[in-house]
Design a protein around this ligand. Structure first.
Ligand code: NAD
Length: 532
């Protein structure tokens, strides 16, 4: 762990607003700069009582926030966006210190997060506001409408790899939808979480709109049990299962954004320079600690060798370190080094070959870019999330084989395709929540698009209209406009009226079975469609 725990009897009330400074003994932990081992900050380990108290305060604030309406909330979120943007350098510095990532990368994730905050605030009314819908023919006397109402209090549990962008994908959308939020940041990045909550306080003062509870997994579990109306979890698949089990105790709904093992497919007609450049960035950026990072590449056999040469050349221009030329930083979580070491060693022991990097690339804090070829498909380097700057490249007969191998994995977060012509067709056949054609990870930065996966990558969606609706419940309302000539919902209904209903049904739907039959398709096509 990069965190250390201690007890202190004189708590800093500013650091721990949930504890009475007069009486409490507060357990604390330190966040550590993974590049240097220096202490970045000290934070309270919030226990069950603290978390419950935070949720109670959030609930007491929920009516005020929901009552502001879309315009009032947008105004607050706009001001918050301004505060974050004006202090961007300060926020990026905390991100840099707690994760080790270069300042430029910290700025990029903050820029994308701000964009999402802007979109969520300005589109909530349109997406969630009340809309008239057709009542249909049988109940034509009703005016029907639907609107999406806030759930109340949302608990957000976040990871460390993008400590601003990732939780903001839930926080911004939950707030814009009218909820208050209690946020449990990763134990590796508590300073970033605290910074975000403090910056919103500058706009809303004493209102407990966004509170942070810090600590380890137990603090997250306490949040799951604290009676929130939904948990938005982002983290590993293993923890996602634990979160779901805990939430099941109270039937608390969850959205799970979990791990990935994203594939990049390179077709024979692809722009190979662009594909290699994107593969390198997708695999090595943020030291490979990206949920939707490129971890495996499937390349058409006609262009495989040339692609590997281009990717290898690109990989050799990237190195991990703290010097000014370093393009990537350290592994943020030391425990992840063991996973990377194990995957690389296993791949090489089972016949794989390192074109760049290899066993010796995995150091004490840093991992140098590693390109592996000829790795068996059932090795851990291909089946499990590595979360380091390594990538496997495999030669495939054609794109059908590439699709089959991609879909054989248990994860289904994102994917990418480089091709001149067949992007849309291939994208539809890939069992992943998102696909970029001729770029990597672009879907994450487009606020209008839903973000999320299938299979072991989780379920539910953040971002875009789906992300706003994720933090609401649909409210259906009918209002009787006039007395129906044919009243169906009364014990006074007569047999004649039942006959009229049957006649009406026949007129409306009875002809359906007499329509021409659909042309028969070969079974294989139908199966392929279903899988896609
Ligand atoms: P993690 O699962 O170890 O921790 C995530 C969060 O869950 C942390 O805040 C942690 O304290 C908390 N937690 C741990 N145990 C808990 C419990 N029992 N109950 C409630 N909360 C608990 O993940 P991590 O190491 O912080 O992040 C890396 C993982 O996150 C990778 O697998 C990565 O793919 C994934 N991730 C996914 C997305 C996505 O959008 N799909 C985005 C970023 C990261």
């Amino acid at each position: 762990m990069t965190t250390r725990t201690s007890d202190q009897t004189t708590p800093d009330p500013a650091a721990d607003p949930t504890t009475d400074p007069a009486t409490a003994s507060v357990k604390t932990f330190e966040s550590i700069n993974p590049a240097t081992g220096d202490v970045v900050g000290t934070h309270p380990v919030h226990g069950e009582a603290d978390v419950h108290a935070a949720v109670e305060r959030a609930r007491a604030t929920a009516d005020w926030w929901a009552g502001l309406g879309f315009d009032g909330r947008q105004e607050v979120l706009t001001q918050w966006r301004g505060v974050i943007t004006r202090r961007l350098a300060q926020l990026c510095d905390v991100v840099h210190q707690e994760t080790g990532k270069p300042h430029g990368d910290a700025q990029l994730e903050c820029a994308l997060a701000i964009d999402h905050l802007a979109w969520a605030g300005s589109h909530a009314a349109k997406v969630l506001g009340r809309k008239r819908v057709s009542p249909g023919l049988l109940l034509a006397n009703q005016a029907a409408s639907v609107e999406y109402l806030p759930l109340g209090v949302v608990g957000v549990i976040g990871p460390w790899n993008y400590p601003v962008f990732t939780p903001m994908g839930s926080i911004a959308y939950a707030l814009a939808a009218g909820n208050t939020v209690v946020f449990k940041p990763s134990e590796l990045t508590p300073g970033v979480g605290t910074w975000l909550a403090d910056s919103l306080r500058e706009v809303v003062g004493d209102h407990d709109l966004l509170q942070v509870v810090t600590g380890y997994g137990e603090t997250g579990a306490a949040l799951c049990r604290a009676g929130v109306d939904k948990i938005a979890f982002t983290g590993s698949t293993a923890t996602g299962k634990r979160v779901m089990a805990t939430c099941a105790e109270t039937l608390t709904p969850v959205v799970i954004e979990a791990g990935g093992k994203d594939a990049l497919l390179v077709d024979e007609d692809a722009d190979l320079d662009a594909a290699a450049d994107a593969a390198a960035w997708g695999a090595f950026a943020n030291a490979g600690q990206t949920c939707a990072g490129v971890e495996r590449v499937y390349v058409h056999e006609r262009v495989h060798d040339r692609f590997v040469d281009l990717l290898a050349a690109k990989a050799r221009t990237v190195h991990a370190g703290v010097d000014v030329d370093a393009k990537i930083g350290p592994m943020t979580m030391p425990g992840q080094l063991d996973v990377v070491r194990r995957h690389v060693a296993d791949a090489l022991a089972r016949g794989g070959r390192a074109v760049v990097g290899g066993n010796e690339a995995v150091g004490d804090r840093f991992v140098q870019p590693t390109v592996l070829v000829e790795v068996p498909e059932d090795s851990e380097a291909v089946t499990e999330e590595t979360f380091g700057p390594t990538v496997t490249v495999r030669r495939v007969r054609d794109m059908d084989e590439a699709v089959e191998l991609t879909n054989a994995g248990k994860y289904g977060l994102g994917s990418a395709i480089f091709t001149a012509k067949r992007g849309d067709d291939l994208a539809r056949r890939l069992r992943t929540g998102m696909t970029s054609i001729n770029s990597v990870i672009s879907f994450a930065g487009v606020p209008t698009l839903p973000f999320g996966g299938v299979g072991d990558s989780g379920f539910g969606r953040i971002h875009g209209p789906d992300g706003l609706r994720e933090f609401t419940f649909a409210k259906a309302v009918t209002r009787q406009r006039f007395k129906a000539p044919l009243n169906l919902t009364t014990f006074d209904r007569t047999p004649e009226q039942d006959t009229m209903v049957a006649t009406l049904l026949l007129a409306l739907h009875g002809r359906a079975s007499q329509l021409p039959k659909l042309p028969r398709r070969p079974l294989e096509t139908i199966r392929g469609r279903r899988r896609g």
